[in-house]
Design a protein around this ligand. Structure first.
Ligand code: AMP
Ligand code: MG
Length: 411
């Protein structure tokens, strides 16, 4: 048996970043920048007011107080969007609205709320203002010529806004991985079919494609591969013609006589390894490449298939796209109930549901019943995988455990 970390490292050594494409900014949320973006402009492009009020020379009202107010004539109005290039003469004020340009000479804003407006021609101040009050400076967000975001940044909605503000209407990002998914097994029937003796519905195709979509990859569902050497060879060859960035199969990789995926991958592929990973679920794994395309032979058991996806495929897809959330740091939480485990040699991943603990409190984790590698009901509401070392047999209520989050960081 080989440790999960060692297998993951071997897999990641083979993964190359995908090519770069230029896309519209409006399509770029969640994508990873492949080239850093610099700004030709300073943002904000001009000094402007953060408040609706009056722009003044602060010196002109330095002596203003409740007992000794200062009144200034109002010389004009500056609205947002106007050039604001008429200078403010000493001893005068101008009405100004949020986002409008500070006119030459003005150095402070007094908000409407704290001045007395005497008709439209004059305004009275009862307190002094400081140089720079309520003024947002040119270049405060982005200096002219400065780097706005560096290559490798995953684009959040706010990052999209920032790039829009500097006029980056097209951005260079890594391509999203196109991932072919094959199920295998004579027992599989389409999910819209009635069951017949010995048959089950092909659920892994759907769970894997759903996982890929949630990740931001493009799933390419492929036909079921029957347990037949020639059919598997033909199916995988046809899939290679689709030029996917990775190929996943599920089932057919254990020690059974009909587990031909394993044999065909070895025959057709390069550096194909047949693993016994020291984890439960997810002991069998085949990894390598087929025609230069990263290949993952995942287990057939529905829960094992998803756990192996998390541990090996997710980190590989992340590396292809320059993302950093492929192998999330383990977090710690507290079990809401005790649990008893059967003895074993392998690290165990239990499906769990984390409930955030709130301020100062630990995250609480519920473990659903039904942890078998063939069971999906408990998995269906899980949002984490709890890592239990092989040596643990009994975990009391309140035990601190580590978990892998099944939900990626939001971009
Ligand atoms: P295998 O590794 O092919 O022996 O499959 C292990 C178990 O997973 C068997 O019980 C299969 O019936 C089941 N299985 C394999 N592929 C799928 C699939 N696509 N959907 C649901 N169950 C599957
Ligand atoms: Mg099978």
């Amino acid at each position: 048996m080989i440790s999960l970390e060692e297998v993951r490292q071997k897999i990641l050594e083979r993964i190359q970043p995908l090519s770069i494409e230029e896309i519209d900014l409006s399509e770029a949320t969640g994508r990873t920048l492949a080239k850093s973006v610099h700004s030709n402009d300073a943002i904000p492009p001009f000094d402007n007011t953060a408040m609706d009020g009056f722009v003044i020379h602060s010196d002109d009202i330095s002596g203003a107080s409740e007992s000794s107010p200062t009144t200034l004539p109002v010389a004009g109005i500056i609205e947002a969007g106007m050039p604001g290039d008429t200078p403010l003469s000493p001893g005068e004020a101008m009405r100004i609205y949020t986002g409008a340009v500070i006119p030459p000479g003005g150095d402070a804003i007094v908000p409407f709320e704290i001045c007395q407006q005497d008709g439209t021609d004059a305004v009275t101040f009862t307190r002094a203002a400081r140089h720079g009050d309520h003024i947002r400076r040119r270049g405060e967000d982005v200096p002219q010529g400065g780097e706005v975001l560096s290559a490798g940044t995953r684009l959040s909605p706010a990052a999209i806004g920032l790039l829009a503000s500097v006029g980056a209407s097209r951005v260079s990002v890594f391509r999203r991985p196109r991932v072919a998914v094959h199920s295998s097994g004579n027992e599989l029937i389409p999910i819209d079919s009635e069951l017949s003796p010995g048959k089950i519905r092909n659920s892994n195709l759907y769970s894997l494609c759903a996982r890929l979509k949630r990740w931001g990859a493009i799933p390419l569902p492929r036909p079921v591969l029957r347990d037949d050497l020639d059919e598997i060879r033909k199916g995988l060859k046809e899939t290679l013609e689709e030029k996917p960035d990775a190929i996943l199969t599920t089932g057919g990789i254990s020690a059974g006589d009909l587990d031909f995926i394993r044999d065909v991958a070895r025959e057709m592929g390069e550096d194909v390894q047949i693993r016994k990973v020291s984890m439960k679920p997810g002991k069998p794994l085949v990894d390598g490449s087929l025609g230069g395309v990263p290949f993952f032979g995942l287990p057939g058991n529905p829960a094992a298939c998803l756990v192996s996806f998390e541990m090996f495929v997710r980190p590989a897809l992340a590396q292809m796209e320059g993302r950093t959330d492929g192998t999330p740091p383990l977090r710690s939480g507290v079990l809401s109930a005790g649990c008893h485990l059967s003895p074993g040699q392998r690290l165990r991943w239990l499906r769990g549901r984390v409930n955030p603990g709130g301020v100062g409190a630990a995250d609480m984790i519920d473990l659903p019943s039904g942890q078998g590698s063939h069971l999906l009901t408990g998995f269906s509401t899980a949002n984490c995988l709890v890592r239990i070392p092989a040596s643990e047999l009994e975990l009391a209520e309140g035990s601190t455990v580590e978990y892998w989050s099944l939900t990626e960081e939001e971009a």
